[in-house]
Design a protein around this ligand. Structure first.
Ligand SMILES: [Zn+2]
Length: 417
């Protein structure tokens, strides 16, 4: 079944190679104007300038007039915590009133709050909540996504979260990667005995995750007051032994050493990076580990932003992701993320698009399937209303410019899955 998209005002993300971009290359977002694109079933089979379109080459089942809108690769969001039981807007209001993170935690807030709620919610209810969130994100242009556990913090609740992610993988048109984040925080029961919780992760949780084949990656919250670099290394090495590649939370609140731990373990990514010193920037720049920036979190927490310009100038690999979670980034909308990246992190629009598409796909190890408009790749893209330029997209940050969503060659509506 062939489908033609014609009168495309701007066809973008036409990368030839499936490798992450760094340095000056990050600012190159190949595109053509006045274009067409052909899909066959789930894949892209051809594209070019309208003047080169030979309409009788295929027998098209469907022809879509894009009416001068842009056709762009779907977002690849490589860092989310979108399986959670309840929202935390009470903490949001406490923060507005000036309460500190420690004061909110003392009132029963934070990750442990989400853990209690999640432990009390059954798998079906969690699945339905997460499915609804994915429906919304797909309509905002996301086509591939990473989802972490980490609000369970007991063997049963962590497995429950990962089984929900597995069901989402099987029942949505989105490409999903699962990450085991048992080391998200120390549960209250282990407050005075953190080593025992690490033992539980190593001796029970990781073997159980492996046995059921529930995750591709392992993550650790490497931060002062959470998991030390030595503990992070120990947990990630145990994951690596059963095929779980690390992607770790590093350098959010402090220069923790997490970046260097990630680089030394050949982690696929180190994520956050709001607190970077020269040594951490140097280590990341000389590696193939991707630095994933999460501007929603620094915006929502009123914190300093990651030094995106310094990282790009040093030649580090950069991706952008949403960090969608109920505490510090209650939005998975990648259109907002790229606007934040341009406005606050001073990334160029082309850099932001590349970081949220091809580099995000590389951070998900899905670069052969998605992340760019390329013959042979999945037909995963969105179509916008007519826009005067690529820069207009993050500039008009409050507008919903998306008019059509296509995943795996099919147009997707809110009620499609
Ligand atoms: Zn996170």
């Amino acid at each position: 079944m062939y489908c033609l998209y014609y009168n495309i005002g701007l066809l973008g993300g036409l990368h030839q190679f499936n490798v992450p971009l760094r340095g000056a290359d990050l600012a190159i977002f190949p595109h053509i104007s006045n274009a067409y694109l052909v899909t066959q079933d789930v894949k892209i089979v051809e594209y070019g300038s309208m003047q080169d379109l030979s309409a009788d080459k295929y027998s098209f089942t469907q022809c879509v007039d894009v009416k001068n809108g842009a056709l762009l690769p779907s977002w690849c969001d490589s860092h989310t915590h979108l399986v959670f039981a309840g929202s935390r807007e009470n903490e949001f209001v406490d923060k507005i009133k000036g309460l500190s993170y420690a004061e909110i935690a003392a009132k029963g807030g934070g990750i442990l709050n989400s853990a209690v709620q999640l432990q009390q919610t059954d798998e079906q209810a969690l699945y339905e909540l997460a499915l609804e969130r994915i429906r919304e994100l797909v309509q905002a242009g996301t086509g591939a996504i990473e989802i972490k556990s980490g609000y369970g913090l007991t063997l049963d609740a962590e497995l429950k979260m990962l089984r929900v992610i597995k069901r989402l993988k099987e029942n949505t048109p989105v490409l999903i990667r699962a990450t085991f984040l048992g080391a998200h925080a120390f549960p209250t029961a282990y407050k005075n005995n953190p080593e025992e919780y690490i033992k539980l992760i190593l001796s029970e949780m990781i073997p159980a995750v492996e046995k059921e084949g529930l995750a591709e990656y392992i993550d650790v919250f490497c931060e002062e007051g959470f998991f030390s670099p030595a503990q992070t290394t120990m947990i990630c090495e145990a994951g690596l032994k059963v095929g779980l590649r690390p992607r770790i939370h590093a350098n959010q609140f402090a220069v923790s050493g997490g970046v260097q731990v990630g680089v030394s373990l050949n982690a696929i990514s180190v994520d956050h990076l709001e607190s970077m010193d020269e040594a951490a920037i140097h280590a990341l720049s000389n590696s193939t580990t991707i630095g994933t920036l999460l501007p929603n979190a620094s915006f929502f927490l009123r914190m300093q932003d990651a030094p995106a310009r310094k990282l790009i100038e040093a030649g580090a690999l950069i991706a952008l992701a949403s960090d969608f979670n109920p505490g510090s980034a209650p939005s998975g909308n990648m259109n907002g993320v790229i606007a934040q990246a341009c406005i606050r992190l001073r990334m160029l629009p082309e850099e932001a698009f590349n970081a949220a598409t091809i580099n995000g796909a590389c951070a998900l190890e899905l670069e052969n399937q998605c992340g760019s408009i390329q013959v042979g790749k999945l037909a995963n893209f969105f179509i916008t209303k007519p826009i005067p330029s690529l820069a207009y997209y993050p500039y008009a940050f409050g507008s919903n410019l998306i008019s059509k969503i296509v995943l795996q060659g099919k147009e997707i509506h809110y009620s499609s899955f």
